[in-house]
Design a binder for this molecule. Structure first.
Ligand SMILES: Cc1ncc(COP(=O)(O)O)c(C=O)c1O
Length: 358
């Protein structure tokens, strides 16, 4: 297994483990800070592209401080979904890999991470209309399309619309395999496509698709708990779930849910907002207004589709394999000095209390 390293401390850690195991560790280095259209792309991850060559040649390999690290490749994962930024980053990595090969490092791969765009909408018009109507609503010039007129990133400053939409870009013409092809087909300054440079330099390309592997999969289902009209005249449909079960990095999950109506009626369309079960005002499951064929009844099922990619996993699971944190109860008897023994595991105490029938 190749380990991708992000910083010096990780190099030290892997070197120590390799020493203990008396083995070599195959590693790649995460790189960031690429130049793109005259700006430097910031990332909190990785080694700076301007310093990585110097760093590797100074510390990594035989006779150097971290001699058990065998550098096999370079890696990046960029924030956002720009194909052209990825092309710039890939070209800079190819150049870096070629330079490192010339100094004796057996670089065999470049890993371009994830961020492969997907498309979730049938029609561009849907997306454009939504964007326009959202902006108009924030400007106070049209019907509100979100709860409390949330701009989802847009806001008014001195009467001017500022900011940008901070949701996943749900409509994308360039998506999936075409997105990757676009990166590999892009050219360097001599007009040579990047895939040719990779082939010519015997460099394997690797990808780490996350969301794109899970497109068109996963549903999240919740029962309707209640319906009510708020003081603004909005229908609120309360579900047996909460916001962290439909939460990602995106300001809102804009895809329309489906409702399984137990008793179909002919009421005509109704605008609703879905609300969650937390005691927080902000527990609004979808900030976007949903238009339904009819008002759901208590017990009807609401189905959010395409939720396998991130829609709760950071908040409701042990996504990074750390155990969920434990609540400790502090009991300090007889003014004894503070020690770990003064703390007891709350969950265990309640389990014991249950067992004793308390
Ligand atoms: C290092 C790395 N690789 C791959 C991915 C997957 O990205 P995506 O789900 O956008 O494809 C992530 C997601 O944050 C990541 O941090």
């Amino acid at each position: 297994v190749t380990l991708i390293l992000d910083n010096r401390d990780e190099c030290l850690l892997v070197q120590e483990i390799a020493e203990k195991l008396d083995k070599k560790a195959l590693v790649g280095f995460r790189v960031s800070g690429f130049a793109h259209q005259g700006i430097k792309l910031y990332s909190r991850f990785g080694f700076d592209i301007e310093q990585i060559n110097e760093f590797i040649t100074a510390y990594i390999g035989r006779g150097k401080e971290w001699d058990l690290l065998e550098c096999e490749g370079l890696h990046f994962h960029l924030d956002g979904y720009s194909a052209s930024q990825r092309s710039s980053a890939l070209l800079q990595c190819i150049n870096m890999a070629t330079a490192l090969k010339q100094t004796g490092y057996a670089i065999s791969f470049i890993d371009i991470g994830g961020g492969i765009l997907m498309n979730y909408l049938q029609d561009k018009k849907e997306w454009d209309t939504f964007g326009e109507r959202l902006k108009q609503a924030v400007l106070g010039m049209g019907e509100k399309v979100t709860f409390n007129n949330d701009g989802l990133g847009f806001r008014l400053e001195d009467g001017n619309l500022v900011g940008k939409l901070e949701t996943y870009p749900f409509y994308n013409e360039l998506n999936g395999p075409d997105f990757v092809r676009d990166i590999l087909d892009s050219k360097d300054e001599t007009g040579t496509p990047l895939y040719r440079l990779l082939k010519g330099n015997d460099l394997e390309i690797r990808i780490e698709p996350g969301r794109s592997l899970l497109a068109q999969s996963g549903i999240t289902v919740a029962k309707v708990a209640h319906r009510k009209k708020d003081s603004n005249g909005n229908w609120l449909v309360g579900l047996e779930m909460n916001m962290s079960q439909l939460m990602s990095g995106s300001k809102d999950f804009l895809l329309d849910p489906f409702v399984l109506y137990d008793t179909p009626q002919r009421e005509g369309p109704v605008d609703v907002f879905f609300t969650g079960a937390y005691c927080l005002e902000r527990d609004i499951l979808l900030k976007i207004k949903t238009v339904l064929l009819q008002l759901p009844q208590v017990g009807d099922l609401v189905i959010f589709v395409n939720t396998a990619g991130y829609m709760m996993h950071f908040f409701e699971t042990e996504a990074h394999l750390f155990e969920l944190s434990t609540n400790l109860l502090y009991e300090r008897e007889n003014k004894s000095p503070l020690s770990p023994a003064s703390f007891r595991n709350d969950a265990e105490l309640s389990r014991m209390a249950k067992f004793r029938g308390v």
